[in-house]
Design a binder for this molecule. Structure first.
Ligand code: PLP
Length: 405
C-alpha cells in the first residue's frame, strides 16, 4: 500500500480505522473506535474516551478488564512454560481439572479453546456414548432460539431461524423444538436420540430463562428415555446467574456440561465436563493442538480460584437483584417492560424496536450494552461490579432511551 498525502495528515486513530477497513475481513459493522486499555469495568480507546462495559466481551471478562490476579497468573506462567504439548501433562491443567470436578457434579474434564469447540466435543461424546450404549443413537435435540456456536455442526444445533439457509448443507442429526415446551420435547424424542442440549438461560436468543418445571421435566424425560442431558453453560456458568453453575438453581444435574467465556476471564478457554459414566472417549477420539495449553490453564485456574474463593457468584446475584430493581423503577417513565434474567445476565424490552440505535446512543455516551433483539437490550457486566457502576450504567442508559427516537 502506498502512503497518500491524506494518510500523512490523518490522526493515528483515523489511520488505524482506515487500515482496519482495508485489511480486516468484514464480518460485522463495528463502532469507529479502537480500544487500547481496560481496567475493572472500563475500557479506553485511542482518543482517551472511557466506556463503562456492560457487555464484558460478551459475558467473558467476569472479573473485569485486566484483573491483577489474572495478569499475575499469565505473567508467571509465561515465564515458566508457555506451551508444552497436548500429548503431555502440565501442572495447571491438572489443578484446574481437579478444581472444576471438586466444585461441580461432573467427574471428568476436556479443555478446549472456544465454546463452539467444547459443544462439538459434547456432541461427539454423546454420539460415541450412543454408539456404544444405545444401539447407535446419534440425534441431539436442541431448542429454537438457542445459540451453541459457529462451527458447522453447532450452527446446525443452534436454533436461529435466519441461519437455516446459511452454509448449506447442514450437519445432520439435530432436531429443534420450542424452548420451555415440555410436550414438544417429549414428542421429539425417538429411539435414535442420544442427547438433549439446552442452555439454562438462552443468552444470545434474548435472555429467556428456562422454567424450573421445564428443566426438571427434561431431566426426567432423559432418565425415562435413556437420553443424556447436555447443559450448555458457556454463557451461564462461572457465576453469571448468581450460582457457580446455572443447573444448581434447578435442583438437577446434567450428564455433560460445557463452559467457556468467563472461565478464562478473557483468555480463550473452554471446557467439556462429563459424568464418569458417560466419559467414553477412547485414545485418539478427541484432541486439539492447544487443548490444555498452559497459559489458558493458568488463566482458568486464577479465575476459578478467585470466583470460588471470593464467592463472586453471590456478589453477582446481589448486584443482579439491584440492577433488576433499578430497571423496574424506570419501567413507567421509560416505557420499559419484561425485565428478565438471573444474576448478571439480564435483559429488558424497549418501548420501540430501536435497539441498535439505542446501542449506538449508549456508545456515544461511553456505555457498552448489546441488543440481542431489535426491541431488547442485554446487560452482562463483570460479576464484581459495584452498586455505583450499576447506578452509572442506569443513568447513561436512561438518558439514551429518553433521547433516542
Ligand atoms: C450458550 C453459548 N454457547 C456457545 C457459544 C459459543 O462460544 P464461542 O463463541 O466461544 O465459540 C456461545 C457464545 O456466545 C454461547 O452463548
Amino acid at each position: 500500500m502506498t502512503m497518500t498525502a491524506q494518510s500523512m495528515t490523518a490522526s493515528p486513530t483515523a489511520e488505524l480505522l482506515r487500515d482496519a477497513e482495508q485489511s480486516l475481513m468484514f464480518i460485522v459493522k463495528r463502532p469507529e473506535a479502537v480500544m487500547v486499555r481496560g481496567k475493572g469495568p472500563y475500557l479506553w480507546d485511542t482518543e482517551g474516551k472511557r466506556y463503562l462495559d456492560f457487555i464484558a466481551g460478551w459475558a467473558v471478562t467476569c472479573l473485569g478488564h485486566c484483573p491483577p490476579v489474572l495478569a499475575r497468573a499469565l505473567a508467571g506462567q509465561a515465564k515458566a512454560l508457555i506451551n508444552a504439548s497436548p500429548a503431555l501433562l502440565n501442572e495447571p491443567m491438572i489443578r484446574l481439572a481437579k478444581l472444576l470436578t471438586d466444585h461441580s457434579c461432573l467427574d471428568k474434564v476436556f479443555f478446549a479453546n472456544s465454546g463452539a469447540e467444547a459443544n462439538e466435543g459434547a456432541v461427539k461424546l454423546a454420539r460415541k456414548w450412543g454408539a456404544l450404549r444405545k444401539d447407535g443413537a446419534y440425534e441431539v435435540i436442541t431448542a429454537w432460539n438457542s445459540f451453541h456456536g459457529r462451527t458447522l455442526a453447532m450452527m446446525s444445533a443452534t436454533g436461529k431461524q435466519h441461519w437455516n439457509t446459511l452454509y448449506e448443507p447442514k450437519v445432520p442429526g439435530f432436531t429443534r423444538v420450542p424452548f420451555n415446551d415440555l410436550g414438544a420435547m417429549k414428542k421429539a424424542i425417538t429411539p435414535k436420540t442420544c442427547a438433549i442440549m439446552l442452555e439454562p438461560v438462552q443468552g444470545e436468543g434474548g435472555v429467556w430463562v428456562a422454567d424450573r418445571a421445564y428443566l426438571r421435566g427434561v431431566r426426567k424425560l432423559c432418565d425415562e428415555h435413556n437420553v443424556l442431558l447436555i447443559l450448555d453453560e458457556i454463557q451461564t456458568g462461572v457465576g453469571r446467574l448468581g450460582t457457580l453453575w446455572g443447573y444448581e438453581q434447578y435442583g438437577i444435574e446434567p450428564d455433560i456440561m460445557t463452559l467457556g467465556k468467563g472461565i478464562g476471564g478473557g483468555f480463550p478457554l473452554a471446557a467439556l465436563l462429563a459424568k464418569d459414566a458417560v466419559s467414553v472417549f477412547e485414545a485418539g477420539d478427541q484432541g486439539g493442538t492447544f487443548c490444555g495449553q498452559p497459559l489458558a490453564m493458568a488463566s482458568g485456574l486464577a479465575v476459578m480460584n478467585e470466583v470460588i474463593g471470593k464467592n463472586i457468584a453471590t456478589k453477582a446475584k446481589n448486584r443482579g437483584n439491584y440492577l433488576r430493581r433499578k430497571l423496574k423503577a424506570l419501567e413507567g417513565e421509560l416505557g420499559l417492560s419484561n425485565v428478565r434474567g438471573k444474576g448478571l445476565l439480564m435483559a429488558v424490552d424497549l418501548p420501540k424496536s430501536n435497539g441498535p440505535d439505542l446501542v449506538t446512543a449508549c456508545f456515544k455516551r461511553g456505555l457498552l450494552i448489546n441488543a440481542p433483539l431489535p426491541n431488547s437490550v442485554r446487560f452482562m457486566p463483570p460479576l464484581n461490579i459495584t452498586a455505583a457502576h450499576v447506578d452509572e450504567m442506569v443513568e447513561l442508559f436512561a438518558d439514551a432511551v429518553r433521547n433516542t427516537p
